[in-house]
Design a protein around this ligand. Structure first.
Ligand code: GYE
Length: 322
């Protein structure tokens, strides 16, 4: 009798132990992140933010996919995540449109989709749970507001200014919002002459190439809007190559405000930088934790962002996290 009891207890311990081990494993929340690519310093900081947040130590298993700036790759990645039955799908969509089919597949599989960074334009907003990122339209407006102040403070109000725009990936919400803010703001001043706008795909190499062609077509450019810092770095090289001084002969207004851009502002090569915060890892984790706890989450969450220029860059640089 005693022996039977002992065997029963031992059996219970084995069964109980293995269930416990399974529970511990099950507790890791699996997150598939369909990332845009690795096109910029901003993107590198964003990837790092996810990789350092979604660790096993923090209770997550992260499946990370770099789509190399191609929507078709992101769609494939999302389908893979569905097949692997992840707990959550996170997408930083390359472009705004064309997501309904794959998001419906995620919905049918019962997997919540969280958007981060760029937005999607959908016929049915119930296809995603929440979005967190920057307010790109406001960023474009802030950039023009800075130029308006600069013009006033430097007594340039009566001067025509030739302006070019290095746009981001066409159709990405970061490009759409920033370009809209810029064009609407610039249209209010007849002295602002837009001489060209073209995509530099958010990369330094393409930014340089497009700036070179702008300068060839029109050497009298006064202002450049670069819709991200890496394109601004490329533009700076193109401007230097024709013997002009970036930040002096040509005003440079950029977006993101990554670390290197602060160095460039301190050096006087970038005049103004509108901030776009890439540290979305912890923000997405907060959304997931709320959902796990059955709490409601806001559908749209804008991150607060500032504007920096040569007057405050040096003081602010030591406080920057990316
Ligand atoms: O400005 C750029 C990156 O979507 C806000 O993507 C992001 C943009 C960012 O490549 O540097």
């Amino acid at each position: 009798m005693k022996k039977v009891l002992l065997i029963a207890i031992a059996l219970l311990m084995v069964v109980g132990g293995s269930t416990f081990a399974k529970d511990a494993k099950k507790k890791l929340i699996t997150v598939g992140y369909a990332q845009v690519g690795a096109e910029s310093d901003w993107r590198t900081a964003n990837t790092e933010s996810f990789k350092s947040m979604f660790t096993e130590a923090n209770g997550y298993k992260l499946i990370f996919d770099d789509a190399q700036q191609k929507q078709e790759n992101q769609i494939k990645a999302i389908r893979n995540f569905i097949q692997q039955d992840v707990d959550y799908i996170v997408v930083a969509p390359v472009v705004e449109t064309g997501w309904e089919t794959v998001l419906k597949e995620a919905k049918d599989a019962g997997i919540p989709v969280i958007l981060s960074d760029r937005q999607m334009k959908l016929s049915d907003n119930s296809l995603y749970t929440a979005w967190v990122g920057g307010n790109f339209l406001k960023e474009g407006q802030d950039a023009v507001a800075w130029l308006n102040d600069y013009v006033k403070n430097n007594k340039l109000t009566n001067k025509d200014l030739n302006i070019v725009i290095l746009q981001g990936t066409i159709g990405s919400s970061a490009q759409v919002g920033r370009t809209q803010g810029e064009l609407e703001g610039l249209a209010k001043n007849p002295h602002y002459k837009i001489m060209g706008k073209q995509t530099g795909e958010f990369t330094q190499a393409k930014g340089q190439e497009v700036m070179e062609s702008f300068l060839k077509a029109n050497p009298k450019i006064d202002v450049v809007f670069a819709e991200n810092d890496n394109m601004a770095f490329g533009a700076i090289d193109a401007i230097k190559a024709i013997g002009k001084k970036p930040g002096k002969d040509i005003i440079i207004i950029s977006f993101d405000a990554v670390h290197e851009a602060f160095n460039r502002m301190i050096a006087g090569e970038i005049n103004c930088d509108v901030e776009c915060n890439p540290l979305h890892g912890p923000r997405v984790a907060e959304i997931i934790q709320a959902l796990e706890a059955g709490k409601p989450v806001d559908k749209i969450m804008y991150v607060k962002e500032g504007t920096f220029d040569t007057t405050n860059a040096k003081a602010i640089l030591p406080t920057r996290k990316y």
